[in-house]
Design a protein around this ligand. Structure first.
Ligand SMILES: [Zn+2]
Ligand SMILES: [Zn+2]
Length: 365
């Protein structure tokens, strides 16, 4: 199959041929139909986060099940599925206490005594392992994943839009519904209006938030934020912005959500809080970053939390998000900036580095 391979961090992806194994008893083989380009991919491509090489990135995907292993019960060939990197084992402390997004995956990965899922012919005529990134590797015509890394969805759902549910929308909507548990009328500020931020804003609107304040330095993204439900969209690089929001909201917002992965935007989220408010950090920040609350913040009962992948329970959450889309509540059409082919992947990531567009989605014919 054709795949976009990362040979080394800092290099462009290379389109090459890779072999994919047959499904083990609990695995699912999927014909990939669409995959979004996510900022987290870029962290691995640019080397901000380490990974074994060569590897195939891509983790925001939708496709059609081609074959399943002998023990797979949850999906069958022909099912339309969305993948999720929050593969869950089902029996660890996190899984059995309903916090499956924190599960480290347990036996959902192949162990060292099993053949790798992805290989290619090496220089000496032997086989070389190609590392599966986040146990998905979706920038490829096919994916071989554990059955606990995908969920079947309504076949009426267009797969290019469904792909976004695999990461950006699950993360943004999960922050609102699962991590923040927004009460109707509460005020929400979202720092960063990329794919995750826009999904967060849209979910805040669905949840019945009061003011939904979007912050992004780029004017085009502020306009998109308004389309998706922001009641106001402001430039956080203007020094007057944070004090103005604190004043206008009578002391700050109930929930400030960071959706970029930068120190400055996380610090902004904390500064926007009212007494008793909660800052939620969604972005993958550089590994040496730290976010904190000061003494007065703590005396004011402010809270700070991470919410990896929106603290999802994706087998339940994703079909609900599909239903929201099909009923016209969730606006995925506005979040997709462009559809591209696998061959155009490096241009797509260049655009992301520029920071101007919302989401690029690769579609496979
Ligand atoms: Zn992602
Ligand atoms: Zn688990």
């Amino acid at each position: 199959m054709k795949a976009a391979i990362l040979e080394a961090a800092g290099q462009p992806l290379r389109i090459g041929d890779v072999d994919i194994a047959d499904p083990a008893p609990h695995e699912v083989l999927i014909d990939t139909k669409a995959c979004g380009l996510c900022h987290s991919d870029l962290h691995f491509i640019d080397g901000a986060y380490p990974h074994a090489m060569p590897a195939i990135p891509g983790h925001e995907a939708a496709g059609i099940v081609a074959a399943v292993g002998s023990e797979v019960k949850t999906v069958k060939p022909g099912d339309h599925v969305v993948s999720c990197l929050s593969a869950f084992c089902g029996h660890c402390e996190f899984c059995v206490t309903g916090r499956m997004a924190l599960c480290l995956g347990g036996d959902t990965r192949r162990s060292g005594d099993q053949p790798p899922r992805l290989t290619r012919s090496g220089g000496d005529g032997g086989r070389e392992t190609v590392n599966q990134m986040l146990n998905l590797s979706a920038f490829a015509e096919r994916m071989l994943i554990h059955e606990h890394a995908c969920v079947a969805i309504d076949k009426d759902m267009p797969l290019d839009r469904a792909a976004l549910l695999g990461c950006a929308v699950t993360t943004g909507a999960g922050a609102i519904f699962n991590a923040c548990k927004i009460v109707p009328g509460e005020t929400v500020a979202v720092v960063g209006c990329g794919g995750v931020g826009l999904a967060t804003i849209n979910a805040a609107k669905i949840a019945g938030a009061g003011a939904v304040i979007a912050l992004d330095p780029i004017a085009e993204k502020r306009e998109l934020a308004k389309v998706l439900g922001a009641t106001e969209a402001l430039d956080p690089t203007d020094e007057a912005t944070v004090p103005a929001i604190v004043k206008a909201t009578g002391g700050g917002v109930h929930h400030a959500i960071e959706a970029v992965g930068r120190q400055a935007s996380a610090d902004t989220a904390v500064k926007l809080l009212r007494r008793g408010g909660t800052a939620t950090i969604l972005g993958m920040m550089p590994l040496d970053c730290k976010v904190g609350l000061g003494a007065m913040d703590l005396l004011g009962g402010k809270k700070l939390q991470g919410a990896i992948m929106g603290m999802n329970h994706f087998p339940v959450d994703l079909p609900r998000l599909v239903d929201f889309y099909l009923r016209g509540l969730l606006d995925l059409d506005t979040i997709i900036a462009e559809r591209i082919s696998l061959d155009q992947i490096n241009q797509g990531f260049d655009k992301m580095r520029g920071g101007h567009s919302a989401r690029s989605v690769i579609v496979f014919d």
